[in-house]
Design a protein around this ligand. Structure first.
Ligand SMILES: *Cc1c(COP(=O)(O)O)cnc(C)c1O
Length: 478
């Protein structure tokens, strides 16, 4: 049975003792004191270390195995970038310090803005948004401010049905009506359907490229033309940039706004909800509306200033600085070789797709970008084993399951993004494991349907586990 740390408590036990105080003591004023001491667990240092080490071993993370989640790049983050973020001169800067004492930090942020503008092909960047979805919301507020400035009342935002769930959600939150357009049979935007819904009420089209099937929208220039000629703006969801770094730029494709998920693409451990950063890039026409404050360099120093037309602040201070420093370290350590990231990410995805295609249904044929989808439809018909069971069985082979049942328009879908950081041996081991599982599905379906067999907890009721987690489990493992 796994005990909670609060159950391991032994009154009076402590982790370390300080010598008696030899300087005058100040007591807190009464209003600041607790009525009763906090109910903190009392344990020795070794108890604490063992407790948390045991918990960490029961977890799956990128440091102990491959994490082939599609749609959400979950790659290994070089430890060097962690080190750089922890340099005391960066880590200990306080946002309330006088601006003249944080010149180095401001220089770094301006350099990062410049690098991200180059990578995306945009004219200016705001580093403030704290995540991808927050970047979407910020970008839509910029688009709204732009249209309002021109005294145009535009009410609709168009999203393809394959878009990431955050796109329609952000558009709703920003006060827009969401129009969904269907994909064509190849999984790309249906330009005819787009033409039918675009009009004087169109505020923007939000597009993820490469899309959630791992496909580059081949008609992207035509799509841009259709929306622009109706006076709408083009929003690029750049969370899938792992496929195009140093190769293609949203700005060159005609997009007006783009957000990047630097916590996915550029070196921040994420998952479990944060931290993140979703810098937003814009074309010139939107610069006056960017969040305040902006950083400028004049007369040999960096200062902060406010734009009068700005949409205002979207995050405290200048953004999630720790995440931004890691992104800067990432970009500068690759330098001109940044495109190698995407070349390898795409090569790895195609390698796996080719190895696995004979064993699954392949809903979208041909070359993919950084991710691809397989379907277990035929396997299910023949054996009763579902995509979910295959994903669970992967845990027994030491791999995190891929994304399942997304995009929703593909039956028994498994969506795989290997990322550039995995070695050929790991890619092969992953493919071997999946192929073994397909063989097991035919020979011994029960083994797969009841998987996982080796993890601390077995099949969970996932909805209940997410809403009412039982942290205190009786599962025979201490
Ligand atoms: C992850 C993701 C988002 C949302 O980003 P968050 O940082 O999780 O808010 C948006 N679009 C796509 C395509 C994504 O993969």
């Amino acid at each position: 049975m796994t005990m909670l740390i609060s159950e391991r408590t032994h009154p009076g036990r402590i982790a370390y003792a300080l010598p008696p105080c030899d300087v005058p003591m100040h007591t807190l004023p009464d209003f600041a004191k607790r009525a009763a001491p906090a109910a903190l667990p009392e344990l020795s240092e070794l108890d604490v270390v063992r407790h948390y080490t045991a918990l960490s071993r029961r977890n799956f993370g990128i440091d102990n195995g491959m994490y082939p989640l599609g749609s959400c790049t979950m790659k290994y983050n070089p430890k060097l970038h962690e080190e750089i973020m922890r340099i005391p001169g960066l880590a200990h800067v306080h946002p309330e310090q006088p601006v003249r004492s944080i010149q180095g930090m401001l220089a770094l942020l301006v350099a990062l803005e410049h690098d991200l503008a180059q990578i995306t092909g945009m004219d200016a960047i705001t580093l403030q948004p704290a995540a991808g979805a927050h970047g979407e919301y910020t970008g839509l507020m910029l688009i709204r401010a732009y249209h309002e400035h021109k005294h145009e009342h535009r009410t609709h935002v168009i999203v393809p049905d394959s878009s990431h769930g955050t796109n329609p959600a952000s558009a709703m939150l920003a006060g827009y009506e969401v129009i969904t357009i269907p994909s064509d049979p190849n999984g790309l935007v249906n330009t005819e359907a787009l033409r039918r819904v675009v009009g004087p009420h169109t505020a923007a089209l939000m597009l993820t490229n490469p899309n959630t099937l791992g496909l580059f929208e081949k008609d992207i220039v035509e799509i841009a033309d259709i929306v622009h000629s109706a006076g709408g703006m083009l929003y690029y969801d750049g969370a899938n940039s792992n496929a195009i770094l140093g190769i293609a730029r949203p700005g060159d494709m005609g997009f007006d706004v783009v957000h990047l998920n630097v916590h996915k693409t550029m070196s921040t451990p994420h998952g479990g909800g944060g931290p993140g950063a979703g810098p937003v890039g814009v074309k010139e026409a939107l610069i006056p509306f960017l969040p305040n404050p902006r950083i400028q360099y004049t007369d040999g120093q960096y200062t902060l200033y406010d734009n009068p037309q700005s949409i205002g602040k979207v995050k405290a201070y200048l953004g999630n600085i720790g995440v931004l420093i890691r992104a800067f370290a990432y970009i500068r350590s690759y330098g001109p070789q940044l495109r190698n990231v995407s070349e390898h990410a795409v090569l790895h995805a195609n390698y796996l797709k080719t190895r696995l295609s004979p064993f699954f249904d392949v809903p979208v044929e041909g070359i993919c970008k950084h991710e691809f989808v397989l379907s277990a439809k035929t396997i299910k018909q023949q054996t009763g084993v579902r995509a979910l069971d295959i994903a669970k069985r992967l845990l027994d082979y030491g791999f995190h399951p891929p994304t399942m049942y997304f995009p929703t328009n593909i039956e028994e879908c498994l969506m795989i993004e290997p990322t550039e950081t995995e070695s050929l041996e790991t890619l092969d081991a992953f493919a071997d494991a999946l192929i073994r599982i397909v063989e097991e599905a035919h020979a011994e379906p029960d083994l797969v349907v009841r998987a996982p067999h080796t993890t601390p907890v077995k099949r969970l009721d996932e909805a209940t586990a997410a809403r009412k987690p039982v942290l205190h489990c009786h599962c025979g493992v201490d």
